[in-house]
Unconditional design. Sequence first.
Length: 191
Amino acid sequence: MCGRFLPRSQTFPRLSLKVKTLFVFCAGVGVLLFSLFCAGACRSRIKKRFDLQRQETSGRAGLQEKSAVTLTIKGNRIEAEVAATPEKQTQGLSFRTALHPDSGMIFVFENEQTLRFWMKNTYIPLAIAFIDKNGVITDIMEMAPLDTVTRYQSSRPASYALEVNSGWFLVHNVKPGDTVLGLPVPSSIRH
């Protein structure tokens, strides 16, 4: 007789409970190992893609004039990203969820003017210092996250604005009248 016509009990002998349990356990371990292998492979591909994107981004940053500068105020150093183009100035620190303790963003303007800032789409509490063309701080203000109503405005014309974490100026005893060293020179003055 052909095997496919045999009664089930004759084609598949009864297995003991221990053997069935062992089979189910081994199948479960096999599925788990396969899942871990696939997850590791996916993680590896994602990491490679992220590393490539980081290399492309850093390559582009090298083509720009200066992406960051080290500023000094009363002996305190700040690593500041430079926002000298209208696009970077519009973006600012929007959509960021954290800012390193001694870092910030320096906004560089071609001409001294009354500067106005707001906190739309900015999730980090910040402080801002408006700085004149000589590097002297004219105003310091604390800015509330996601505040779309308040406009933070310099009291007199300024060439720079420095945004840092809220409270940074207070903690470092920085006040209006203090001088900022290491400011990038606006392109109109470079020639």
